[in-house]
Design a protein around this ligand. Structure first.
Ligand code: IK2
Length: 455
């Protein structure tokens, strides 16, 4: 195999695979294959594209949302202990809808948080990451012709997943309010217009997707905002898919409110969580959906006919880790109490660095991410060829990766096509990184901002 100089075998394979040429097929054979209609128009994926770029060039990677620090010892040890078990059952298939120890502790843990008793067998479904839980929601509950309301900016997969289910996404933007004299704005300044939101509900609306804390903005929806959404769900009798993967990552004393706990919402909400985000182990790909049996039954049908179940040892490890956290819930020694404190310091480190170079950060109330406005960035950037197809932020990030060795994600990727051009001056950084990585990014930005045009 001809390898690009300087690339490891793993990186080379990643690069080739992302180019979309499976090594065993000839091009001629591939072109004879006609695709299914459901994959029409959903073939582009921001992660495939930008993960490949970040892997091809040597970058300080603040792009994709994963920590580059290890999960805590008790979590890693839980996995090691799980796979060291002589009990052969840990190494074999387990219950399709969730390994019994995991569904038991998830029901106990979230039952306490939601203030209701959860049945491990009917109110919990374990999935391959939150991603699969989302897929099961759309496939199991959205039909041809159904409309699904999506709040912009949104985690990119919602749109193709709705379309693959035959549904129509209907978008409603969070609009930034004026900063009223403040130099720094907050994700809390981005709000829904209640009348505009209500107007999106039609006879065809089946569900609304809520993501709080929101990726990429970092907005944590307030109880009042959630009550507005909940009221509309009840009034129009529609479902809510509540993606809460960043539920623990909330800063500045903000509180994460679970919409399923609001009046009238349990029966119509599927709440989605991620052990990857909870325990800083995104590669484990263990997630879950919580909800009433009559909704989850349809997710189980999709799950049993696609993935069937998630790796047993990973489920066992997550069960053990959650058990440990359950004993010390809300206590200072809890990882889920300590992690947001650490991340808030990292957020502030990055906010200071970006402010100093004129990339105006929107201070996030939660998540791993912050978005920054690059329109007043004090550094020479070449005239990036105008393109009707590719938004400016995307061209900017590609240039930055290739020429400055710093990876981020263009925020237009989190918008629907008509809105992309209105939000193409923001880029998203992930601050769930070692301080050394954040400092390396700061060095790049500082040196770049001190350069003279033409240098
Ligand atoms: N839902 C949201 C809102 C997510 O952010 C993610 C993970 N995505 O992170 C990649 C990035 O934005 O850089 C998921 C769902 C999927 O979670 P899981 O990893 O558990 O499948």
């Amino acid at each position: 195999m001809l390898r690009r100089p300087g690339l490891s075998l793993t990186r080379e394979l990643l690069r080739r695979n992302n180019l979309g040429f499976p090594l065993c097929y000839s091009k001629a054979k591939m072109s004879a294959v006609s695709k299914a209609r459901r994959v029409e128009g959903v073939d582009k994926n921001i992660w495939v594209e930008f993960v490949k770029l970040a892997a091809t060039y040597k970058t300080v990677n603040l792009g994709q949302g994963f920590p580059n620090f290890p999960p805590p010892d008790f979590v890693r040890e839980a996995f090691v202990e799980a796979i060291s078990e002589k009990d052969t059952l840990i190494h074999q298939y387990t219950r399709a809808f969730g390994h019994p120890p995991l569904v038991t502790i998830v029901a106990k843990f979230f039952g306490k948080l939601l203030g209701r008793e959860l049945d491990p067998l009917s109110n919990v479904l374990v999935t391959v990451g939150a991603y699969e839980a989302l897929f099961c929601c759309f496939q199991g509950l959205v039909d041809d012709g159904d409309e699904v309301i999506i709040i912009e900016p949104y985690f990119d997969c919602y749109e193709p997943m709705v379309k693959m289910a035959g549904g129509t996404p209907v978008f409603i933007p969070l609009r930034p309010k004026s900063a009223e004299g403040r130099t720094l704005t907050s994700s809390g300044d981005w709000q829904l217009d209640p009348e505009e939101l209500e107007a999106k509900f039609t006879k065809r609306t089946k569900a609304i997707v809520l993501n709080s804390p929101n990726n990429p903005l970092g907005k944590v929806f307030s109880r009042k905002e959630l009550e507005l959404i909940a009221g509309l769900c009840v009034k129009h009798n529609i479902l809510c898919f509540s993606d809460e993967v960043y539920e623990w990552l909330v800063y500045d004393g903000n509180k994460h409110v679970r919409i399923a706990s609001l009046p009238g919402m349990w029966d119509r909400t599927v709440t989605i969580g991620s052990a990857g985000k909870t325990f800083s182990a995104t590669g484990w790909k263990v997630g879950w959906a919580l909800g009433p049996d009559d909704l989850l039954t349809h997710l189980r049908t999709v799950h049993q006919n696609s993935v069937y179940h998630c790796a047993t040892a990973a489920q066992e490890a997550v069960a053990r880790a959650l058990q440990t956290e359950f004993q010390r819930m809300e206590k200072p020694e809890s990882y889920l109490v300590q992690l947001p404190k650490e991340l808030q310091q990292k957020r502030d480190r990055l906010v200071n660095c970006l402010s100093a170079v004129g990339m105006k950060p929107v201070i996030p109330e939660g998540t791993y991410f912050l978005i920054a406005d690059i329109s007043e960035f004090k550094a020479p950037v070449p005239d990036l060829q105008k393109s009707d197809e590719e938004p400016y932020d995307s061209r900017f990030v590609k240039w930055m990766i290739k020429n400055k060795g710093l990876a981020a994600i263009p925020v237009s990727a989190f918008y629907s096509t008509p809105q992309k051009k209105n939000f193409d001056r923001f880029i998203r950084f992930c601050f769930a990184k070692e301080n050394a990585t954040l400092d390396a990014a700061a060095d790049i930005l500082q040196q770049w901002s001190q350069m003279k045009p033409g240098q």
